[in-house]
Design a protein around this ligand. Structure first.
Ligand SMILES: C[S@@+](CC[C@H](N)C(=O)[O-])C[C@H]1O[C@@H](n2cnc3c(N)ncnc32)[C@H](O)[C@@H]1O
Length: 373
């Protein structure tokens, strides 16, 4: 089935779990973001003599919890450097996002109030934008810094269902090619939109899931392969008649993990529309962030039971994947769909508890730093 036949856009099939569940259970994503502080500080150098507004955007921010400490430190560094300019921070995400938790968190009404930079630092103004990042979101040439973490692997539409796997990393033939082409076109649209928004000299820092030069990606760094296991348990449910063949196929993640070459191609080709729009590559590299739940288990020296480890690991996978499975079952009553999805994750948890070796959700990110000429 093609995207126009499925009619499935990203907006319909994804959202992080709300109420703070996402950032509370996604500590690895926070650790990956925290590593970006030096790049962000380099892009936002204190300018004590300047007046005006520093305009910053965090694209695909979810509930804002994972990037909050990094932004606190970046803005604090501006103030410490004598830069008193007003700061306008806009968090963007899809309209389905839990912006309410985001605003509560930034105002210090939820989570660690000490990091609520809107309340703690002077002259920082926080806004939300509920339009997807594939289009221009800010007036031309108004943005000093754009930042996006772990979000731009989501495609604007599902180009087709994947008939033999749940994710593009396991797709083959024409289905794999359709995802690659959708990802190429989406990345170009994302970059052209940012090229319009950024001021001359403004930077965009992206930290995206991708495939590194060793072929590693999220949940597949040498041990157990998370997406193959998702597929294994979903296939079991189909083969046992618990879900239909159509529901099996519909659980196709609207995601694509680009390689470093795929990320940088529009920026290094001087004849591309992106280069012509003035966006230049500053740096690109891959990073590995070890799964914090697996680390805790490994460092417990046997004190942590395998069942306890399994109970800590599955929620971090669930925080971003559950919507895909619930959406695949959306023709069923909600309670019935939830029960099947609960069983799906329970099978994964039981599998980890029985033999915990090699299970982890390690992160592989490709970092791309760009500047508007
Ligand atoms: C895995 S979360 C990452 C959240 C946060 N940036 C982090 O690194 O922890 C991905 C986020 O991207 C958002 N997202 C996906 N597609 C999007 C789009 N087209 N425009 C804006 N946000 C999008 C999702 O709604 C979700 O909040």
């Amino acid at each position: 089935m093609t995207a126009s036949q499925t009619g499935i856009s990203t907006q319909a099939v994804l959202s992080m779990r709300s109420g703070g569940y996402y950032s509370e259970r996604t500590y690895g994503a926070k650790q990956a973001i925290d590593k970006m502080l030096p790049l962000v500080k380099d892009a936002l150098k204190p300018q004590p003599a300047q007046t005006g507004v520093v305009r910053v955007a965090d694209y695909g921010a979810a509930d804002g919890g994972t990037s909050r400490e990094m932004w606190f430190k970046a803005f604090q560094a501006l103030r410490d450097g004598g830069d008193a300019r007003e700061i306008a921070m806009t968090y963007t995400d899809l309209p389905s996002n839990d912006f309410s938790t985001l605003f509560r968190t930034m105002q210090g009404l939820q989570g660690d109030a000490a990091l609520a930079y809107q309340a703690e630092l002077g002259n920082v103004f926080v806004y939300g934008c509920g339009t997807g990042f594939h289009v221009q979101l800010f007036p031309a040439e108004t943005l000093d810094l754009g930042f996006s973490a772990t979000a731009m692997h989501y495609l604007s539409v599902k180009p087709c269902e994947i008939s033999t796997h749940c994710h593009a990393v396991g797709a083959e033939g024409e289905e794999a090619a359709a995802f690659a082409e959708q990802a190429r076109a989406d990345w170009e649209r994302i970059l052209l939109a940012r090229a319009k928004e950024l001021k001359s000299g403004g930077r965009m820092i992206c930290l995206n899931f991708g495939i590194d030069d060793q072929g590693r990606h999220l949940g597949a760094t040498g041990g157990q392969h998370m997406f193959n296991l998702f597929d294994r348990f979903w296939t079991e449910l189909r083969d046992e008649g618990r879900i239909t063949a159509k529901e099996y196929e519909r659980a196709t993640f609207v995601q694509y993990y680009r390689t470093l070459e795929e990320f940088t191609a529009p920026l290094t080709d001087s004849s591309s529309p992106v280069s012509k729009a003035g966006l230049k590559l500053v740096d690109a590299f891959s990073t590995y962030t070890r799964c914090p739940y697996e680390t805790t288990f490994a460092e417990s020296g046997g004190a942590m039971a395998p069942a306890e480890f399994a109970k800590s690991l599955i929620p971090t996978m669930r925080s971003w994947s559950e919507t895909v499975y619930l959406t695949a079952l959306d023709e069923r009553p909600a309670g019935e769909a939830q029960a099947i999805v609960d069983e799906f994750y329970q099978r994964y948890e039981d599998f980890v508890a029985a033999a915990p070796e090699g299970h982890a959700m390690d992160y592989i990110h490709i970092v791309v730093v760009m500047e508007k000429a």
